[in-house]
Design a protein around this ligand. Structure first.
Ligand code: IPE
Ligand code: IPE
Ligand code: MG
Length: 238
């Protein structure tokens, strides 16, 4: 069965989980799991682009992940930098705009520089936005939004009564993008882990037991097919 081109999700978000367990099962180091996972990121980005998904958001590193051992954090940062550098050409070629969401300033300078350079060179691309959530936490995103609105109100630039969901959306990292239509989490965990709390208000959720390094293009497409078969009522009656 083919995908229905009229029901392509406008925004897919993925909690890429299970790298550590994948490595443990093979008696490998957790970093080997993250490395294998990066290869899957490459595949899924290309597939999403081919399917004309306008926005893909990948949870790569959470604000809570800083609490992991130093060696794992630095290994992950090294892999992230490598991913951005090696994928630069493919992103340019495929019209992908790279956008980092999260606490950019907390990232090591080498990662920041690599990201900034690819974000700059892809800034005019419009086929797909790839949001990489790095040092990302939904609560801190919401707190940042509240601070910005409070400052605007205090300066007399914003009437508190004029605040709408649209204004709130415009102060999130995902400003200008659609809300999430489909949220996927791998590895069997059934939680959100502080990811995109505002943007997933009406997302369809899909949990798979597959560990991220074992996730494939086939499974990704079959999840989108499942999404297309769902009846999204948004509280109304169909
Ligand atoms: C997801 O895999 C990647 C990151 C959170 C950076 P994990 O590292 O959380 O893998 P598990 O959950 O321990 O298997
Ligand atoms: C969520 O996974 C963060 C990422 C996938 C980057 P975690 O493995 O960190 O989340 P918990 O610990 O299962 O909630
Ligand atoms: Mg995990």
């Amino acid at each position: 069965m083919e995908l229905d081109p009229d029901k392509i999700p406008r925004h897919i978000a993925i909690i890429m989980d299970g790298n550590g367990r994948w490595a443990k099962k093979r008696l490998l180091n957790r970093i080997n799991g993250h490395e294998k996972g990066m290869g899957v990121v490459r595949t899924i980005v290309q597939t999403a682009c081919r399917l004309h998904i306008p926005t893909l958001t990948l949870f790569a590193f959470s604000t809570e992940n800083w609490n992991r051992p130093k060696t794992e954090v630095s290994g992950l940062m090294m892999l992230l930098r490598r991913f951005v550098v090696t994928e630069r050409r493919t992103m340019i070629k495929n019209g992908i705009r790279l956008n980092a969401i999260g606490q950019f300033d907390k990232l090591p300078p080498s990662v920041r520089d690599a990201l900034q350079s690819v974000m700059d060179v892809t800034s005019r691309n419009s086929d797909m936005v790839l949001n990489l959530a790095l040092s990302y936490g939904a609560r801190s995103e919401i707190v940042e939004m509240a601070k910005q609105l409070a400052i605007a109100a205090k300066n007399g630039d914003l009437e508190p009564n004029a605040i709408t969901p649209e204004i709130v959306s415009d102060h999130m990292y995902t400003k200008g993008m659609s809300d999430v239509d489909l949220l996927i989490r791998t590895s069997g965990e059934m939680r959100i882990s502080n990811f995109l709390l505002w943007q997933i208000a009406y997302a369809e959720l899909f949990f798979t037991k597959t560990l991220w390094p074992d996730f494939s293009e086939e499974e990704f497409i079959s999840i989108i097919k499942d999404y297309q078969s769902r009846d999204r009522r948004f509280g109304a009656i169909t």
